[in-house]
Ligand binder design. Structure first.
Ligand SMILES: [Zn+2]
Length: 614
């Protein structure tokens, strides 16, 4: 695709004169199509640079004298980088001014400049013209056109990365380009912004896929006028946007992308082939089936609409998820969503990369209003799960308890929960639900009594204590504890009980993700009492700003509710991990005196749902 070799990059007085000749301005997108070439090693879409229809307006904003800041919060494959460098090329060519282009690191900047930008200039005649020529060689002066700095005849472009603060702090610039700002050190970003301060005319162009809610592109997007791209539905002609989550005509939340319900198999897994073949977008207004083939025409007729009329004038901000990207199909997206929906890491990457939304730190704050969605089609007391664990939390005059059944693959089912007066009643629950092991937490003045009780049942019961941190991030630690050390009756050293130290921080986070169905496989029985949900949802997290301005997340408790049943769930979960349930490396998870096989009843989801995240 290379049209011009470097030796052809000759300058002449004629070319210099052209730089100052009046021009007939073309819209930037058309200018790019005419003057920019993508080489085949840069993009599959080699040839003349055709930007997607949604790039037209942000590109026009570059030449709008009323606009001085453009923020692109776009998902992967939306060609935000190509759009941005076509935009910079246009500005440098038509309105040449000193420019600073900042990337996450100097290495990124060097690699980008060498591999993409310099070849791009070479192929772009309006940018090749102002390149200085070395009198000695008659070719482009390589002292002046380098990877990190290009001294054109009419302006200078400097690349910088984190760690090159000196570059960032030097002479003032008129154009500032911030690429992947969520990866750029905030100090570098602030230093860069200093360099356009006080200028009357300037442009800031910034792009990124978002990471967190604060301190990056998402915050910038919210400051701006928050534009979304609306297109006419091919069926009802209403203007709609591609939304990952949408509300149907009855106000019920659902996925924008739908597929054949038969693709969800009995055992909870997916027929991905069927998902893929049947995936389509559903119009929010008319339920019409929108196919990938409709996308091109829809995009052409689309327009950006501001969602924030109170934004400062001059700041255009655009958000675009990957459903708009012509190269990505609806089925690509829903299949990868279903594939990652069991892993927080995967979900986070999907939300940030494809939905172009930040990962929300208040993930755990889902209220219990949706808690009934945890309920599976079985009754209280049904012997669900292969291994049942009873967990109890000791109060001054009673015990809170939870019985939960665990399957080998990690799925678990609430079997019973409540409050009883004595250890004898815990024994009854243990027998009734054919439990395999028990675990109990205590503190204060019942210590000696509970030790004694656990000691009596030491074949099946564990003692337990929760900690904020066990060191080195370990989730639990088992200790053989002599309950009678120092006991006046001289029984010290005779026998020991098993005592599980639990890192509550780790399990609280896990419980929060389970209860909000970000992690799947945590179930309750039909009509589980409200007390259970109240206590399960009693912990929540808030964002706090520390004295030095950092954001940290702090745990809070709705105290009036108590969180005893939540604590029981944490103990049961930690113990299930300790005894090896849901660990592929252990074949026989539980050693127990009780070898009865529990009744197997296959759970069935009462409602169809495409996944677990909301
Ligand atoms: Zn429609």
């Amino acid at each position: 695709m290379q049209k011009n070799s470097p030796d052809k990059m000759v300058s002449s007085s004629n070319n210099v004169a052209k730089l100052f000749a009046p021009r007939h301005l073309k819209p930037p997108v058309d200018w790019a199509a005419e003057n920019c070439v993508l080489r085949d090693n840069i993009s599959e879409l080699c040839g003349s640079l055709r930007l997607f229809p949604y790039a037209r307006e942000p590109m026009n904003a570059l030449v709008d004298p009323m606009v001085n800041k453009i923020t692109l919060c776009w998902g992967s494959q939306s060609s935000k980088t190509t759009t941005m460098y076509a935009g910079v090329a246009y500005l440098l060519s038509e309105f040449p001014k000193d420019t600073l282009w900042i990337m996450p690191s100097a290495e990124n900047a060097r690699a980008f400049s060498k591999g993409r930008w310099l070849p791009f200039i070479e192929d772009c005649q309006p940018l090749r013209e102002p390149c200085p020529i070395s009198p000695a060689t008659g070719r482009v002066d390589t002292d002046k056109i380098t990877n990190m700095r290009q001294e054109f005849l009419n302006c200078t472009l400097t690349f910088a990365g984190a760690g090159s603060e000196n570059n960032v702090k030097s002479a003032p610039v008129a154009y500032l380009v911030l690429d992947e700002i969520d990866e750029i050190d905030p100090d570098i970003r602030l230093a860069a912004l200093e360099r356009i301060k006080g200028r009357r005319e300037y442009k800031i162009v910034q792009t990124s896929t978002p990471k967190d809610e604060v301190g990056g592109i998402w915050e910038e997007y919210l400051y701006g006028d928050q534009r979304h791209y609306f297109m006419p539905c091919p069926h009802c002609n209403e203007m709609i946007e591609f939304a990952w989550k949408q509300k149907d005509s009855e106000g019920k939340e659902r996925y924008g992308i739908a597929f054949d319900e038969k693709a969800k198999l009995e055992d909870g897994t997916w027929d991905f082939d069927l998902v893929s073949r049947s995936a389509h977008y559903r119009c929010q207004k008319c339920d019409g089936k929108i196919l990938d083939a409709h996308k091109v025409e829809m995009l052409k007729q689309g327009e950006w609409v501001s969602q924030n009329l109170n934004a400062p004038t001059g700041h255009r901000s655009y958000q675009l998820n990957s459903m708009y990207a012509p190269a990505i199909t609806f089925s690509d997206l829903i299949v990868s969503w279903l594939q990652v929906s069991g892993s927080i890491h995967g979900l986070r990457k999907f939300v940030q990369g494809n939905l172009a939304e930040p990962w929300k730190e208040d993930w755990a704050n889902q209220e219990e209003s949706n808690a009934h969605e945890l309920e599976y089609d079985y009754q209280r007391g049904d012997l669900m799960g292969e291994y049942r664990i009873i967990a109890a939390d000791t109060q001054t005059d009673s015990f809170w308890f939870v019985v939960r059944g665990f399957d080998r693959d990690g799925k678990s089912y609430l079997v019973d929960c409540g409050q009883v007066a004595s250890f004898g009643e815990l024994d009854e629950k243990f027998d009734q639900h054919k439990c395999h092991v028990g675990i109990i937490d205590w503190a204060g003045d019942r210590t000696a009594e509970i030790y004694e009780q656990v000691f009596k049942r030491r074949g099946t019961w564990f003692g337990s204590r929760g900690w904020n941190d066990l060191g080195q991030g370990q989730p639990y630690r088992m200790q053989m504890k002599d309950p009678f050390t120092g006991d006046q009756k001289g029984r010290a050293g005779r026998s020991k009980i098993r005592y599980l130290h639990i890192n509550k921080g780790i399990y609280e986070e896990e419980m929060a993700r389970l209860r909000s169905m970000q992690l799947s496989g945590f179930y309750t029985f039909a009509d589980t009492p409200k007390t259970y949900y109240d206590q399960l949802f009693s912990t929540y997290w808030v964002k706090e700003t520390t004295k030095n301005g950092h954001i940290k997340v702090g745990k809070k408790l709705k105290r009036s509710r108590g969180d005893h049943l939540g604590d029981c769930e944490i103990m049961a979960r930690a113990l299930s991990k300790f005894i090896g349930i849901a660990r592929a490396d252990r074949q026989s998870p539980v050693v127990s005196e009780n070898n009865q096989t529990p009744k197997q009843s296959k759970p069935r989801r009462t409602q169809s749902s495409t996944g677990g995240w909301w």
